[in-house]
Ligand binder design. Structure first.
Ligand code: CDP
Length: 316
């Protein structure tokens, strides 16, 4: 089941016999280390506060304001009327605390995991990049409290809305979010401008029931700063690592699923890069700004220390 055992999140974890085949380096039991979790939360709070930094608020920007992209400092964008209209007035996580949270990464390791039920039992479920769930319920569940959307998703998964079919597909996905938080890093890299605008327009025009959030400019630097200080030399944090870092603020226990940045599974079987599409591993090669295996190593250590639980095999 997990890196070192599998069970439902509610119960203290028991080992299972087949674990040794998954990972030789593991202990037999996973126990939540509450002290360590609290220490990590405190350390991260020195760099960022997820409650504040999860989104820019209405009070801090106005239409027409100019924003420099985080990764393309020379390029700018203007805050549009639509973007302004969708900025939250107060943090969507204000005063929130959850007993257990699931962060669902997009690795193909989820296929045939049967983890859907377990994932859906968590108090707060975070998903990445509008990954589809309906067709994969058994393995990934459906509960979604927050879902991220890199602007590039509109290109990759929705064909840049070239025709009504794709537009309708995106609309349906957005409608299915049903009140959850849609987290759009709109200020990171140039090139996403139109895509973010299309989505903003759709949400307003169709009165889609989502709570939009647009992370602040400093969030990425702050997250990177925290990990660098801890000797995890990432270039640019992935969505998954960003979500873990944010989740420490409002989740007592954090469970990770779908984190496996390797083409072979713990059992040496091939693993798809994404559980739902045909994107290849080359995507995160040398040229990529991500350093996923490095992140994974750090997360795995935290798993062994009991700060989070990483599941990389079948759930019970
Ligand atoms: O936005 P990004 O390209 O980072 O993410 P994604 O491909 O949509 O996947 C969401 C997250 O799942 C990533 O940010 C990683 O943290 C994690 N992931 C992984 O650990 N292994 C994979 N093979 C794919 C994704």
């Amino acid at each position: 089941g997990t890196v070192n055992g599998s069970s439902s999140p509610a119960v203290a974890e028991q080992s299972t016999d087949n674990i040794k085949h998954h990972d030789k380096t593991v202990q037999s039991q996973w126990i939540h280390n509450e002290t360590l979790s609290l220490t990590i939360r405190k350390h991260i709070l020195k760099f960022l506060d997820a409650e504040k930094d999860i989104s820019v608020l209405k009070g801090t920007l106005k239409p027409g304001d100019i924003i420099h992209y985080v990764f393309d400092r020379d390029s700018t964008m203007n805050v549009s009327q639509n973007l302004y209209a969708l900025l939250p007035r107060t943090s969507p996580l204000k005063g929130k605390h959850y007993r257990t949270c699931a962060i669902v990464g997009n690795s193909g390791i989820l296929l045939n995991s049967g983890c859907g039920k377990e994932i859906d039992t968590h108090s707060f479920v975070i998903r990445c990049n509008l990954a589809p769930v309906q067709e994969y319920i058994h393995d990934v569940g459906t509960k979604t409290d927050l879902v991220t959307m890199n602007p590039s998703v509109i290109q990759r998964a929705f064909e840049d809305l070239v025709n009504d079919t794709w537009r309708e597909k995106l609309l349906q996905r957005l409608h299915s979010l049903n009140g959850s938080i849609l987290w759009i890093p709109a200020f990171m890299a140039k090139g996403g401008k139109e895509r973010v605008e299309w989505v903003n327009e759709l949400i307003l025009k169709h009165r889609i029931n989502v709570r939009t959030a647009y992370p602040s400019l400093r969030l990425l630097h702050a997250v990177r700063g925290y990990w660098l200080t801890n000797k995890v030399y990432i270039k640019r944090p992935t969505t998954g690592l960003l979500m873990y870092t944010l989740a420490t603020r409002f989740c007592n226990q954090i469970y990770l699923y779908g984190f496996w940045p390797f083409p072979q599974g713990p059992d040496q079987n091939p693993v798809k890069y994404h559980y739902y599409d045909s994107l290849k591993y080359g995507y995160m090669s040398q040229a990529s700004p991500h350093t996923m295996p490095l992140e994974f190593k750090a997360l795995k250590l935290l798993h062994h220390q009991g700060a989070l639980k990483l599941t990389v095999g079948p759930c019970n």
